[in-house]
Design a protein around this ligand. Structure first.
Ligand code: NDP
Ligand code: 2IT
Length: 453
């Protein structure tokens, strides 16, 4: 059996129930096969075996008291996966589905994504099975403080720099940073996604959504196409989805869908900037549900219990471009077939691993431009890297400068994918293979330099 096959087999045997982790490892490793031929030194140094094993897995108890005085216990995690090219870096997710498998898949993806950004950041991920939905601000604050009471000893501006992800936005970062600052008596750049008033970067909130649209625009340009007049389906309605809607509008496209975990809205007249502003207020300030959109905009239709991709499939909705921005494995083979049938030419993943492996095969078999998450959504962590740079300099760049750097990084990631696919791949513009190999090579070379550590 091949080296790659052996590594995949081993992780499945060691941790048989970590399905998301297996999926992510398989997706990356199967495309790395050509590197084993070109780089026997990687095989000899067991780089493939070592890269799938986290440097460190930290799990801890998070006890907290709610507004009524009832005590709750959640589980906290931080997976410090690989710091070969820089301090550990990656988000924190607060969601009831959080477990070791999901965080290992996210931490593993983060290694390659961070490498692609061109910035010096290692890969990590963390979070908790805590559900912020429906909790008061005071509940969320007490939870965040308890979470940080343990996490603080494992992180630091040159050691590990967490940020947001699902369920962790500006409010949670504020509570966690405030408590870290109190515990260590230092004002450092230890978290990113901070508010401007205390060291955040302009454009960090927008960066993942904008970056995803910039990446899609680069892919479209390879076929002489752009967003103008295109119909775009976006899933989710959180941080990534909101700013993807904004940028698609700015580039002349029409967004017709959004969702949350309860329902999907379809607005065939288009979710324009004014409607997008309403959604930002609804989701970020009022903490409401996407179904409320149809109370305000009665032309739209709400499908309770269906995902965006179910609606497109079941209603036969035509879309040119799809940007899945909700969660992992939200888009399966049947959804992908429906997208192709309904005219979709481009899929760029704002979320991490939203397409199942079978869905990805459908895109590839049908010549759909496909930007995998680790390339298409890298704008968020890239701008986190820019936030770290600004914090280190004790300086902040103007909005135009951060946005220009973000655009430049997304173009560079796109080019790295194309170049790696040219050298190692069989197909032109194979962004899956290109992203995996380009991200891997830098980390593997660094690991090789260190010897066996
Ligand atoms: P948010 O918490 O801001 O929003 C998440 C959105 O996805 C919500 O609308 C949520 O609905 C929906 N969602 C979550 N879980 C499910 C589910 N199981 N089924 C259907 N919908 C669901 O998170 P983000 O926007 O930050 O993150 C979205 C995706 O983007 C994630 O995959 C994340 O890992 C990825 N990402 C985020 C980055 C960032 O900078 N924030 C950077 C790169 C990637 P509900 O309100 O009902 O929970
Ligand atoms: O998945 C991701 O890249 C993020 N959630 C952002 C991580 C970060 O450190 O900004």
């Amino acid at each position: 059996m091949s080296v790659i096959g052996d590594v995949i087999e081993k992780i499945k045997q060691q941790d048989p129930y970590e399905f998301e982790f297996h999926q992510a490892v398989e997706e990356v490793l199967l495309t790395l096969e050509p590197t084993t031929k070109k780089h026997p030194e990687f095989v000899k140094a067991k780089i493939y075996e070592r890269i799938v094993e986290p440097d460190r897995t930290i799990t801890f108890r998070v006890p907290w008291t709610d507004d009524k005085g009832d005590v709750h216990v959640n589980r906290g995690f931080r997976i410090q996966f690989n710091n070969a090219i820089g301090p550990y870096k990656g988000g924190l997710r607060f969601h009831p589905s959080v477990n070791l498998s999901i965080l290992k898949f996210l931490g593993f993806e983060q290694i390659f994504k961070n490498s692609l950004t061109t910035l010096p950041m290692g890969g990590a991920k963390g979070g908790s099975d805590f559900d912020p939905k429906g909790k008061s601000d005071a509940d969320v604050m007490r939870f965040c403080q308890s979470f940080m009471r343990e996490l603080f000893r494992h992180i630091g501006p040159d050691r590990d720099v967490p940020a947001g992800d699902i369920g962790v936005g500006g409010r949670e970062i504020g509570y966690m940073y405030g408590y870290y600052k109190k515990l260590v008596n230092e004002h450092t750049g230890v978290l990113t996604g901070k508010a401007l008033a205390y060291g955040g970067s302009l454009v960090r909130p927008e960066a993942t959504g904008y970056g995803c649209v910039y990446f899609a625009a680069e892919m479209l340009a390879t076929r002489g196409l752009d967003f103008k007049g295109k119909t775009v389906a976006i899933s989710g309605s959180g941080n990534v989805a909101q700013y993807a809607v904004e940028k698609v509008n700015e580039l002349g496209g029409k967004v017709i869908t959004l969702c949350d975990s309860s329902s999907t809205i379809l607005d065939e007249e288009g979710i324009d900037l004014e409607k997008c502003g309403y959604i930002m207020d609804l989701k970020n300030e009022k903490r409401g549900r996407i179904s409320e959109y149809t109370d305000k905009y009665s032309n739209a239709v709400c499908y309770i219990g269906d995902s965006v991709w179910d609606v497109i499939k079941n209603q036969g909705i035509k879309v040119d471009i799809a940007l899945p921005c909700a969660t992992q494995n939200e888009l399966d083979e049947g959804h992908a077939e429906a997208l192709v049938k309904n005219g979709c030419i481009c899929v760029a993943e704002g979320a991490n691993m939203p397409s199942t492996p079978e869905a990805v095969r459908v895109y590839q078999d049908n010549n759909v431009l496909f930007g995998p998450g680790k390339a298409a959504n890298a704008g968020g962590v890239a701008t986190s890297g820019l936030e770290m740079s600004q914090n280190s300099m004790r300086f902040s760049w103007p909005r135009e400068e951060v946005d220009a750097r973000l655009l430049q990084i997304m173009k560079s990631i796109h080019q790295s994918c194309i170049d790696a696919a040219d050298v190692y791949g069989k197909k032109k513009n194979d962004y899956v293979l290109g992203a995996n190999i380009a991200g891997f090579l830098k980390v593997a070379r660094a690991m090789l330099s260190y010897g066996i550590v």
